[in-house]
Design a binder for this molecule. Structure first.
Ligand code: FHN
Length: 420
């Protein structure tokens, strides 16, 4: 049986060939853009502002009256992602505030019906992604701070909120997910979040079953901070590399057999935050990407666009540098898998076919790096940047790669080892 609990009588999930191919493609992409954008962006205090500032739902709802992102341009966003070397976008279709950033018939509380903007940015984005060959995934919140049927704060008895209408809420989510999958062209994944808010029966067998019935190739992931459950297609880690647990979120999230993804913020916020100036450097972002790839995981890097629809210059500047680096060194990132060789104090090793890519991110004191547990015979070692030969020595325990005299890169010196 696959990982995770299966309800009595429920079917075991068997991914289709298309789904398995989509998983491979997902792993090949390696780098994605996460976008948190909603009416909360107007307040410039992150996506939790309603909850953190104890704003009542009725007061918060008024933000919709003023949400008018006239400067939003789907082409610019997609080109921004492409320029950064990202191959997919995961965007919030509905966050915990319950506001739908897409045109939905399931609730009037959505960007088309409730704002002066009256347009559907997610449709524009979906169409642009198809045009530009970028994959689109939708973030979808299970948690809802405002709907009566969800009844946030209500006690949970027998897997349901006592003051809500759980069947109605599950049906609402199914209606919205059906819209997201059937109306929007080229959608390749659904990214659930909010599970951790309450201990209820989320009816995942029905929800995941519906998604895979509508499109078997859609990749389902859930940021529940647990081991993967039946019906999921990839496993995600929040603000931590797989295997690490600096946030405390990943304690119950042992690495499973599914494709892996880790998400992290470009500053310290998911949604636009006017006071957050803790911008990560391009080097730190490159290292996160390389470390994730070394652990066989994708990196989903988050930005929170401004309420007018523009991306702030600090993000575009940093990601242009990251993009230039990835374009140059993409061979050692895209399409690779983790080599299975554990991370070393100086860096990690990615693998593609018979090639191993040795990523030296921290130059060691000694003029060489040692790669343990390397299977196969190394026939050639060369600097990826210019193809120049690099000296190496192979022993039973592993391979020494000598760094003296080679042109090092302050971000990551990559040596390509060819094995037979
Ligand atoms: O509460 C959310 C948060 O706002 C954000 O969406 C992140 C993204 O991983 N997930 C939740 C926290 O686990």
């Amino acid at each position: 049986m696959l990982l995770g609990a299966v309800r009595a009588g429920a079917q075991t999930y068997t991914p289709t060939a298309d789904n398995l191919a989509a998983r491979q493609n997902f792993q090949d992409m390696k780098f994605g853009l996460f976008i948190h954008w909603g009416i909360y962006s107007e307040l410039g205090a992150g996506e939790w502002v309603m909850n953190e500032k104890h704003i009542s739902y009725d007061s918060y709802k008024r933000l919709a009256d003023f949400f008018n992102p006239q400067a939003f341009n789907a082409h610019e966003w997609v080109m921004f992602a492409k320029k950064a070397g990202m191959k997919y976008i995961t965007i919030t279709s509905r966050h915990h505030d319950g506001f739908s950033m897409f045109g939905t018939k399931a609730s009037p509380y959505n960007i088309v019906d409730a704002t002066p903007y009256h347009k559907d940015p997610l449709m524009e984005l979906a169409q642009e992604c198809v045009k530009e060959g970028i994959e689109l995934h939708f973030y979808y919140s299970l948690l809802d701070w405002g709907r009566k049927d969800y009844a946030f704060g209500s006690p949970i008895v027998d897997g349901k909120p006592v003051n809500g209408d759980w069947d109605s809420y599950i049906n609402f989510m199914k209606a919205q997910l059906t819209e997201l999958i059937t109306k929007y062209p080229g959608v390749k994944g659904i990214w659930f979040d909010g599970h951790w808010e309450r201990d209820v029966n989320w009816h995942y067998d029905e929800i995941y079953g519906l998604i895979h019935k509508l499109n078997p190739a859609i990749l389902v992931g859930n940021n529940h901070h647990l081991e993967p459950k039946e019906g999921e297609d990839f496993q995600m880690f929040e603000k931590d590399l797989p295997g690490a647990n600096t946030t405390g979120f990943s304690g119950k999230s042992k690495i499973g057999a599914l494709p892996l993804e880790t998400c992290e913020t470009i500053n310290n916020s998911w949604g636009f935050n006017i006071t957050d100036r803790s911008f990560k450097s391009s080097k730190r972002i490159i290292h996160y990407l390389v470390n994730a790839a070394g652990l066989n995981a994708n990196f989903l890097l988050n930005i929170g666009p401004m309420p007018n629809g523009k991306i702030q210059p600090e993000f575009t500047d940093t990601l242009a540098i990251v993009g230039a680096w990835v374009q140059k060194n993409g061979e050692a990132i895209y399409g690779t898998r983790g080599s299975g060789i554990p991370a070393q104090p100086w860096g990690v090793i990615t693998q593609k076919d018979k090639n191993l890519y040795v990523h030296v991110m921290t130059l060691p004191q000694l003029p060489y790096v040692f790669i343990p547990q390397l299977k196969g015979k190394v026939t050639k070692a060369a600097l990826l940047a210019d193809g120049s030969a690099v000296k190496f020595k192979q022993q039973t325990e592993g391979v020494f790669v000598y760094l003296n005299g080679i042109a090092t890169d302050p971000n990551d010196t990559i040596i390509k080892l060819t094995t037979n």
